[in-house]
Design a protein around this ligand. Structure first.
Ligand SMILES: Cc1cc2nc3c(=O)[nH]c(=O)nc-3n(C[C@H](O)[C@H](O)[C@H](O)COP(=O)(O)OP(=O)(O)OC[C@H]3O[C@@H](n4cnc5c(N)ncnc54)[C@H](O)[C@@H]3O)c2cc1C
Length: 422
């Protein structure tokens, strides 16, 4: 899109600065990239884009694998929209700007006596980015980040600032998981919990032992998850520590976390696999080696059967695939297009190596899990069409109707999102 056709944006900008995601499988060249510092600058930029007829997308930390950030119009980099804006220690509510990174929250909340209720495998995401795709950790009693959202402030497709709170649950449930299609989230409020420490236990059971302890492990741990390895090299692809000199074939890197009382600093243990520490430090982390991930969600009662079926696929049909199968659990919620809408969930994640043809494998996993009423992670590779989204989300039409209210002319859509939600 040649930028000379357009007026000059109201805040500093780059032209045709390429954007690429963490995984390197999504990229775009926006006409303008801007980095607003407050809601007024976001508002000015969105109004500029509306006047110029340019589409707008917001970018968090770029950790999604799907084409949900891309735009040829205005890309709003939210890296300067950061910081905690309010903490209510009585209600455990926390407000923050949309671009605030998860990794920036731990110390600030701890000093106020609070923690996030749960976290996922990494803490690099921006909170609005994490919430927009229903990012989650593991624990059958713990919901996604989105399920903890109690209020949002948006710049909408009308070029207005709008607040959505608990007095409007229909729209709040739309805003909890919206892929940025209602507008730019400039600020949001989450329900946090009193701060807590975690005790970690990492073990390496074989498949049969994992199957025998299935329900008991889910029910009796705050966080239970495992990563099943089809091959010896599988663990290293996710940078997992393994027992020295032992094969990981058909074994599971298994994590259990329980809340625990401990006094600091004497009670802190930093030994990998047996850590005892503040919750946010246990969750902290990232991956250095990129992979391309697909993640599907099935009703928890079908989880064991679904995981067994994907394991069989890796052992019998796709023996060339080396990445592990990660399995987690998430509590059901009410977000209109939350993958956890109305059901406790078993999470299955698989990956392919960048630069290889992993598509036949991922398509087979997709076809297999369709029979289990699977809903995909919005930020990870999937094969959804509009018809499939409508079939798996009972509140799909409500969501689209709310989206059209906030953005009737589709300022916040790109080609991929228009196909699904236009
Ligand atoms: C290594 C790795 C580990 C991961 N681990 C987990 C995990 O444990 N659990 C899990 O559920 N997922 C996980 N994910 C997926 C990741 O959490 C999601 O894709 C998440 O959306 C990424 O957040 P982000 O800040 O990078 O957002 P982006 O990918 O930049 O954006 C995601 C979406 O949010 C929108 N958006 C961002 N900011 C705003 C805003 N201010 N206003 C409106 N819309 C906005 C974007 O337009 C886009 O549609 C992982 C991904 C990677 C690469």
């Amino acid at each position: 899109m040649p930028t000379s056709r357009y007026a000059i944006p109201p805040i500093p900008f780059d032209t045709e600065k390429p954007w690429t995601n963490w995984g390197g499988n999504q990229s775009c060249s926006p006409a303008f990239t801007v980095r607003p510092r407050d809601e007024r600058e976001v508002l000015d930029v969105v109004r500029f884009a509306i006047r110029e007829g340019l589409p707008v997308r917001a970018a968090g930390a770029g950790h999604s694998f799907t084409p949900i950030v891309q735009t040829g119009g205005v890309l709003i980099d939210t890296a300067s929209l950061t910081g905690v804006t309010g903490v209510d220690t009585a209600t455990h509510r926390v407000r923050m700007l949309g671009g605030t990174r998860l990794s920036d929250l731990g110390d600030v909340l701890w000093d106020k006596g609070l923690s996030l209720a749960n976290q996922g495998d990494i803490d690099k995401q921006a909170m609005a980015g994490a919430v927009s795709t229903a990012t989650h950790g593991s624990g059958i009693g713990l919901g996604s980040f989105s399920s903890t959202v109690r209020w949002v402030k948006l710049v909408t497709g009308h070029g207005e600032i709008v607040e959505i709170g608990e007095d409007n649950l229909r729209e709040l449930h739309a805003a909890q998981v919206a892929l940025g299609t209602l507008g730019v989230v400039v600020e949001l409020e989450l329900q946090a919990v009193p701060r807590y420490h975690l005790a970690e236990q990492i073990t390496y059971p074989g498949w049969q032992e994992t199957v025998s302890g299935w329900q008991e492990n889910i029910a009796n741990h705050r966080h239970y998850s495992f990563i099943w390895c089809p091959r010896d090299e599988s663990a290293s692809l996710y940078e997992l520590p393994t027992p020295a000199g032992e094969s990981m074939v058909d074994r599971c890197y298994t994590k259990r976390y329980q809340a625990t009382e401990l006094s600091e600093p004497d009670g802190i243990v930093t030994t990998e696999g047996a850590r005892r520490d503040r919750a946010y430090r246990i969750y902290a982390g990232g991956f250095m080696i990129p992979f391309h991930e697909m993640e599907y969600y099935v009703p928890a009662e079908k989880g064991q059967e679904a995981v067994t079926a994907v394991r069989d696929l890796l052992l019998t049909t796709h023996t060339d695939q080396r990445y592990p199968l990660e399995v987690r659990w998430v509590k059901g919620d009410q977000g209109l297009i939350s993958p956890f809408h109305g059901r406790d969930t078993t999470v299955l994640s698989v990956s392919g190596a960048p630069g290889t043809d992993y598509w036949p494998y991922l398509r087979d996993v997709d076809a297999l899990l369709e029979d289990f009423e699977a809903r995909p992670h919005w930020g990870k590779i999937h094969f959804l069409t509009r018809d499939r989204v409508r079939a798996i989300y009972p509140e799909y039409d409500t969501f689209v109707s709310v989206r059209r209210t906030y953005d009737p002319s589709g300022v916040f859509l790109n080609d991929s999102l228009r196909q699904l939600f236009g």
